[in-house]
Design a protein around this ligand. Structure first.
Ligand code: LLP
Length: 442
């Protein structure tokens, strides 16, 4: 069985994370509960930063916070000296509430509203990553009106097809994101921005997909963007000080996944950029990256309680847990695979095949189709590993299930960082019909 980060099995045969017996966490916080191993998060963050430092390259490592957005993770990211990628007014608001240094916040999104852009100006954030022509107009207008300079990057689609799940590939040419590099849109965007009085044009950004294992796609993206930068120097005598190569580094969900060390991807990118800069005698740009999954993915574990079981003779045996697609939509949405264990009986052979079902009223609500576990008893604690990215942030109240609690653990200590939703929370936005309306809608 593969354990992640600080996970161990103690003398009672219980899973521990960050030096804490998970049964202790469950008696305090209940289930389902998401547990983050903050030491692993820090190790990953440091790994990225060290790699750039070793290569002698100025860099910003921005946490792509759509993977898991909360006050506490933003505070932790700040402590680690990371920058922050936000994609909405809501994520920006969370960053502001966490007192994240504004100059290290980068604002993404393919349809930012005028209000969101204005909010970014008011907060004087570090950079807006422009996605489309409408945004160029809005940003120029707001910057001129306010007489306030803004750093910008433009997002481009370099036409790289990363080999990953179709639904989560964002770097192809037929993409809703960014300016096409080949059909002239990127040049048009550059011309509209680079000599504007209140725009500080930093360069280009690309993000070629997510959960990518091979490095070729990243190398290719770095090359085509560097080529464009060299072209702009020739045509416009303009040097881009920044090159943002996005995120997307793959992690190990199951034994089928064989990712490189997260920092290995960065090493390759840095080498390509350095080499091309040398060949073209171009000043080495500052490299920015935006890992999300590879910072928080394997640091997260979800603990559920096992409930009912059902045997379909000759077909399969189900065990249902007290969460499901409401706290982890990824298996239903992307056919995402996970590994699991019975956290209170880790030393027993995990050799029975089970299907782990959620509790939502949908046949497709299965967390793991083929899980190998001991004979599961009602009340057992089921750990699903590697759930730190895109689970809580994509969670819903489907079937009006309250969203789980989130806990940070490290060094034998634990702290609740997102409290479990209550039934009161579930109806807090609902407004009952008033007497008068009851007449109208009856
Ligand atoms: N930068 C940009 C502009 C992005 O769009 C993304 C992810 C990232 C960085 C971070 O990518 P990462 O390092 O986490 O792969 N919900 C899907 C993943 C969608 C990714 C969207 N963009 C999932 O659950 O797999």
């Amino acid at each position: 069985m593969h354990l992640y980060g600080t996970q161990t099995v103690n003398e009672k045969g219980h899973l521990t994370i960050g030096g804490v017996d998970v049964t202790e966490l469950v008696s305090e916080y209940g289930t389902p509960v998401m547990v983050y191993d903050t030491e692993l998060f820090k190790e990953r963050a440091q790994g990225f930063k060290d790699t750039f430092e070793r290569k002698g390259i100025e860099a910003q490592v921005a946490y792509a916070s759509k993977a898991f957005s909360s006050l506490a993770i933003y505070q932790l990211a700040k402590q680690q000296g990371l920058s922050l990628d936000v994609v909405s007014g809501g994520e920006l608001y969370t960053a502001v509430a966490a007192e994240f240094p504004r100059e290290r916040i980068h604002f993404h999104g393919n349809n930012k509203s005028k209000e969101e852009i204005l909010y970014a100006f008011e907060e004087r954030i570090g950079c807006i990553v422009i996605d489309n022509f409408l945004e160029i107009d809005m940003i120029k207008e707001i910057a001129s009106e306010r007489k306030q300079k803004m750093n910008v990057l433009i997002r481009v689609t370099p036409g790289v097809e990363a080999h990953t799940h179709d639904y989560i590939t964002t770097g192809q040419e037929d993409s809703k994101f960014g300016f096409d590099l080949k059909n002239g849109q990127t040049d048009e965007a550059f011309c509209a921005l680079h000599d504007h009085e209140y725009i500080n044009f930093l360069g280009m950004h690309c993000h070629i997909g997510s959960q990518i294992f091979e490095t070729d796609a990243f190398r290719f993206a770095a090359e085509v963007l560097m080529e464009k930068m060299v072209e702009w120097r020739k045509s416009y005598q303009f040097i881009c000080p920044v090159l943002n190569l996005g995120g997307g580094f793959g992690i190990r969900y199951t034994e089928e996944d064989h990712p490189l060390e997260p920092s290995a991807y960065v090493e390759e990118m840095a080498d390509v950029v350095k080499l091309m800069a040398e060949e073209c005698q171009y000043p080495i740009p500052e490299i920015w990256i935006e890992p999300g999954r590879s910072l928080v993915g394997d640091a997260g574990t979800t603990l559920y309680s096992a409930g009912s079981t059902k045997e379909v003779p000759g077909v399969r045996t189900y065990v249902a847990v007290d969460g499901g697609m409401s706290d982890n939509i990824r298996p239903a949405l992307y056919d995402a695979q996970y590994s699991s264990a019975i956290a209170n009986r880790m030393n027993e052979p995990h050799d029975h095949q089970w299907t782990i079902a959620g509790k939502c009223c949908e046949s497709g609500d299965k967390l793991i189709e083929k899980a190998f576990l001991p004979k599961v008893e009602t009340g057992d604690l089921l750990a699903v590993f590697c759930t730190g990215a895109y689970t809580y942030s994509m969670a819903s109240n489907y079937n009006r299930l309250p969203r789980p609690a989130v806990v940070f653990v490290e060094n034998g200590q634990h702290q609740l960082v997102v409290r479990r939703e209550t039934y009161e929370d579930i109806i807090k936005l609902d407004l009952p019909l008033q007497q008068k309306e009851r007449e109208i809608f009856k």
